[in-house]
Design a protein around this ligand. Sequence first.
Ligand code: NDP
Length: 329
Amino acid sequence: NQTIYLASRPRGLPTADNFRFETSAVPALTEGQVLLKARYVSVDPYMRGRMNEGKSYVPPFELNQPISGGVVAEVVESQASKLPVGTLVVGNLPWQQYSVSDGNGLQQIPQGQAPASYYLGLLGMPGLTAYFGLLDICQPQPGETVVVSGAAGAVGMVVGQIAKIKGARVVGTAGSDEKVAYLKELGFDEAINYKTANLAEALAAAAPNGVDCYFDNVGGAITDAVYDLLNTHARIALCGQISSYNDTEAPVGPRPEGKLLKTSAKLQGFIISNYYQRWPEGVAQLTAWYQQGKLRTEETITEGFDQIPAAFLGLFTGENTGKALVQVA
Ligand code: NDP
């Protein structure tokens, strides 16, 4: 039974040395417990923040303790009548092949609605981040222009498709020509490769009527360029800033306050855990859109428990299109 521990805290981009694999016996169960076998392990950008010391909206991972995150697992032994063998669950679990749980905090995955892995992506935390962030904060109206950065990722591709469902013009930024082509296939009106385009020119051409809503996954230079195009009463959902997660110095850039002031724009940060109470509403709507064929998704699945650190690091070089997952044999 392998477990991945936080061996040291990274400075800058994490390396393989920050992770340590240990092997132990599969634990025995007591009454009320289940043995879970990990099937899909989610790697997410927010985990980078948890590798640092210091106060944030979730406590840091502890040194020499297992790293944990979203996992789809199967009950392979059970001493809990509510969770019989074969049940698929999703929850926050250690990066471990086999783990023991009393079922607290685990959600059973409904059968026959969607592939189980989708409960870590489209129908899980990233999909709900897109749903609540876009609809609650940006509130796109028909005919408005929505820009989403990190558009080909787990959150971004859902944001763009929901904005299309709501009748908006949608522009996405992503880091390769393949991703740009994929976004067009998904129905984005325009997509821009931020690594090769002149951002200011490409965004101005893609959003000729200005930007009414900006869903910001990335920050940095892309955000600076979008802020130059904000319309009066624009709404900005500040979801993530992945371009600076590995910075060792505070980023320095244009100060956007004047642009927000001049446009009476509203900028609101949010954390998906603010919306836990409304989780069922979000899952129900996303599932309905998925089953009606209005929402599609993509996963980048890496095979093998030992590949979890590499898949995590791949988030920072753009190796994933859609949700980054590791399938555990
Ligand atoms: P993604 O699936 O989008 O994966 C990360 C992507 O970020 C990469 O594929 C890469 O795509 C892009 N990226 C990496 N480094 C940079 C960089 N320096 N500049 C620009 N783009 C970069 O991850 P998620 O969809 O899970 O998360 C997207 C964002 O949303 C993250 O910032 C995350 O922290 C945030 N988030 C916030 C939540 C909240 O509650 N507020 C909840 C969930 C996510 P590319 O090829 O385009 O460069």
